[in-house]
Design a protein around this ligand. Structure first.
Ligand code: C2E
Ligand code: MG
Ligand code: MG
Ligand code: MG
Length: 291
């Protein structure tokens, strides 16, 4: 079990129970209940501008308030959701909840609301023939324009032929943006990056954080690639001022990570929007924070 900022204990539910089929079935049954019974919630992590620490966007990340086991992190139940097919109703719940939250922020904060909301999508979601249409219907329901939504997919998903690619094209035709998450950890080729329907790459945190070990700067190669292909680039997992400064000097515009803010409940995020201040600790310390 690991601790997060808010002191929540995250249990790695799957650990040690992989061999136990009945436990697995039990977890599946519990998860089914969680989806319909209000036990899931979303936390939101700011995506900030690297030059002034202003909030540009927000990534929605799912959590499970398990009735007896504390708050569970997605790595401990998303795999189960994928194996049991529960990822489809779970994914729908995530998108509906995230869209409703963005609409609420826009209503409450106007211009100060996050410009974009990033939502993680699973491979299974993207294979559903009705996925793009379902997303479009939810946008309409919440009076959101498509350009405020970024869907995060992984490299393997972008490579999948058939329905996934049809959905990606349809989503982009609607005006949503597609981001390649954990970039650099999958099997991307230059051909994939060139041909596949994406708008953004998210540099995986293993590369953001490797620079301090004096390893070759993969982050530099990735930003050059992004610029050459006309893709937006976001660095994830920024934990130190040094990392933030290096990324900015390399040409990165946007980043997220514990250095700026941890994922937080929606009401805490609202407080940040009210304060309308920089999330760049060095600027805040130097008294340079806006307004
Ligand atoms: P991800 O999409 O790459 O999300 C980033 C993960 O890195 C999050 O973990 C976040 O809390 C963590 N993180 C952010 N900043 C830092 C940092 O500075 N240092 C470190 N060490 N970690 C940082 P989380 O919330 O546990 O999510 C894990 C993964 O679960 C996500 O990785 C995503 O792939 C998946 N996931 C989360 N929410 C959803 C969802 O709603 N649907 C689906 N399908 N997958 C989700
Ligand atoms: Mg993500
Ligand atoms: Mg990521
Ligand atoms: Mg990652």
């Amino acid at each position: 079990a690991a601790k997060n900022l808010t002191g929540t204990t995250y249990l790695h539910y799957e650990a040690g129970m992989a061999a136990n089929g009945s436990e697995h079935a039990h977890l599946g049954a519990e998860l089914r209940e969680a989806i319909t019974g209000d036990q899931l919630f979303l936390v939101y992590q700011p995506i900030v501008s690297l030059d002034d620490g202003r909030i540009m966007g927000s990534e929605a990340l799912v959590r499970w308030a398990h009735p007896t086991r504390g708050t569970l992190a997605p790595d401990s139940f998303i795999p189960v959701a994928e194996r049991t097919g529960l990822i489809v109703p779970l994914g729908r719940w995530v998108i509906r909840t995230a869209f409703a939250q963005l609409a609420a922020w826009i209503a409450e904060h106007g211009e100060a609301a996050p410009g974009v909301l990033n939502v993680n999508v699973s491979a299974r979601d993207l294979r559903e023939p009705g996925f793009a249409d379902g997303v479009a219907a939810l946008l309409t329901e919440h009076h959101l324009t498509a350009d405020r939504i970024v869907l995060e997919i992984t490299e393997t998903m972008a490579l999948e032929p058939g329905q996934s690619v049809v959905n990606l094209h349809r989503l982009r035709a609607l005006g949503l943006r597609v981001s390649l998450d954990d970039f650099g950890t999958g099997h991307s080729t230059l051909t994939l990056l060139h041909d596949c329907p994406i708008d953004e790459i998210k540099l995986d945190r293993s590369f953001t954080q490797a620079e301090i070990d004096g390893r070759p700067p993969v982050s530099a190669a990735v930003i050059h690639l992004a610029q050459a292909l006309g893709l937006h680039a976001v660095a994830e997992g920024v934990e130190t001022a040094e990392q933030a400064e290096q990324l900015l000097s390399l040409g990165y515009i946007a980043a997220q990570g514990y250095y700026f803010a941890r994922p937080m409940p929606a009401d805490k995020f609202s407080e940040l929007l009210h304060e309308d201040r920089s999330l760049m600790p060095t600027l805040v310390a130097a008294g340079q924070a806006f307004p």
